[in-house]
Write a protein that binds this ligand. Structure first.
Ligand code: PMP
Length: 459
């Protein structure tokens, strides 16, 4: 191990404890254990209200691509705050238009026109409106293990069930089908192997679309890399074949890059490394530079058709395209391009994945390490022969990492790791050393007195 590991912090601080009590009285909120109340951030570090320091490998929630409080973003925010925060939604601002132009110019031709939203969920809702308007069709098809947000319509596109859907009853959009098998080669849903499988999963999916929809499909929705479903990277050829499948059904291909773009995975837009271009691209999280600005992007012909049909296109709501958000998002995009952060993510990601893969040699429970750039998943299993999913152990590892000063994401049995793109090699090594310590502690049964690792509607 080349980096020192901070000592375990067993006791919770007094200020955190007091604030948790107030929070429990007044806030309905998701909690991962151990609970933390943050008060300050800088770069890839966060501090809680009791002064404890954390290395943030979740980058906020995948939305602080340049780390916390990046000085140039602080400046952009302050400059815009002194000028204009908000516009009544039927008008716009110079900053909003400039950001739209910058974003469209950074995308390939055919993704030229965009409608802002406030969240990623809304961007996908909007993609549904555009697809219905442009095709005149109703059915939506999505990928098993996909996630597209938490409002009711996109919750129904989301195949991940469990606690987030328990008790909700039927979803609002019956004419949807999670009918495409995930490109999950580590656990092929039809027990074949890539490449000899010739991507037969999509032939099965074609049959599933035939049997589960009306045959009038408006769109197929997919995350370019499936995030919450387990950081599943599609094999070469899968996304181009999915696009062909969409075309066969007369449907639009919507790629949801809310988690994976911009720059995070080693190219500015994640689809650029998969030889495919979506008809509609949805953006959120990192696109806003930490602010609540998201978008659905498409071509002029598709946007024009959708507008003709009505369907509430163009769409708006109170906070859509606010100048304060656009100012930060625009400056972030300029910095990402100016300083080559996509290439940096590719280079650092290779280093990081090599270090994580080395853990496989020492720990049978490290099943699979996968990802692109600084967007990495580690699947935790009971052993690599049976590959039995071990979600409980993953949660212990995540918990121990946090107790030792490293913030990680996790869902199912996969650790989800996506540090901000300003991270350096030494910090990545420091993180890997803490992950290794967390694995050792988990294998020793730590934490001993904890059996619930999250509260709320986490999958
Ligand atoms: N799409 C994907 C792939 C997501 O991961 C998320 C959020 N986790 C969303 C959409 C929804 O974004 P938001 O939380 O901003 O509504």
């Amino acid at each position: 191990m080349d980096t020192p590991i901070p000592p375990t912090r067993a006791a919770r601080g007094a200020r955190s404890t007091a604030l948790h009590a107030i929070e429990d009285r007044h806030l309905l909120a998701w909690h991962h254990q151990p609970r933390i109340v943050f008060s300050r951030g800088q770069g890839v570090r966060l501090w809680d209200v009791d002064g404890r320091e954390y290395l943030d490998f979740a980058s906020g929630h995948i939305n602080q691509l340049l780390g916390h409080n990046h000085p140039e973003l602080v400046q952009a925010l302050a400059e815009q705050a002194a000028k204009l925060w908000s516009h009544y939604k039927y008008y716009t601002t110079d900053t909003t238009i400039e950001f739209a132009q910058r974003l469209a110019e950074s995308l390939p031709e055919g993704l030229d026109v965009l409608n802002f939203t406030t969240t990623g969920s809304e961007a996908n809702e909007l993609a549904m409106r555009i697809a219905r308007g442009a095709t005149g069709r109703f059915d939506m098809v999505s990928i098993i293990q996909g996630l597209h947000g938490g409002t009711f319509a996109v919750e129904s596109l989301t195949s991940i069930g469990g606690p987030r859907k328990r008790g909700l009853g039927p979803m609002l959009m019956p004419a949807r089908a999670n009918a495409v098998l995930a490109p999950y080669c580590y656990r092929c849903p039809i027990n074949l192997e890539y490449p000899s499988c010739k991507l037969a999963c999509l032939d099965v999916s074609d049959e599933m679309i035939e049997r589960t929809t009306t045959g009038e499909v408006a769109a197929i929705f997919a995350e370019t890399i499936l995030g919450s479903g387990g950081m599943i990277v599609p094999p070469p050829g899968w996304l181009p074949k999915l696009k062909k499948l969409a075309e066969k059904w007369g449907a639009l291909l919507v790629l949801d890059e809310v988690q994976v773009s911009p720059a995070k995975t080693g190219t500015l837009w994640c689809f650029e490394q998969f030889e495919v271009q979506p008809d509609i691209l949805t953006l959120g999280k990192g696109t806003g530079g930490g602010m609540s600005i998201a978008a659905a992007v498409t071509s002029h012909p598709i946007a024009d058709e959708a507008k003709k049909a009505g369907c509430g296109i163009p769409w708006g709501s109170t906070f859509v395209g606010e100048a304060l958000d656009a100012a930060v998002a625009k400056r972030q995009l300029e910095i990402l391009i100016r300083d080559g952060f996509a290439q940096r993510a590719a280079r650092l990601g290779a280093h990081f994945m090599a270090k994580l893969n080395a853990l496989k040699e020492r720990y049978e429970v490290v099943g699979d390490v996968r990802g692109r750039g600084l967007y990495v998943g580690v699947e935790i299993v009971t052993d690599r022969t049976t590959k039995a999913r071990n979600g409980a152990l993953m949660q212990r590892i995540r918990y121990n990492a946090i107790e030792n000063g490293l913030l990680l994401g996790g869902s199912g049995n996969a650790l989800k790791i996506y540090p901000a793109l300003v991270v350096n090699e030494a910090e990545l090594d420091e993180g890997v050393a803490i992950i290794e310590k967390a694995i050792r502690l988990a294998l020793d049964g730590h934490p001993k007195d904890v059996d619930r690792f999250s509260e709320g509607s986490h999958p």
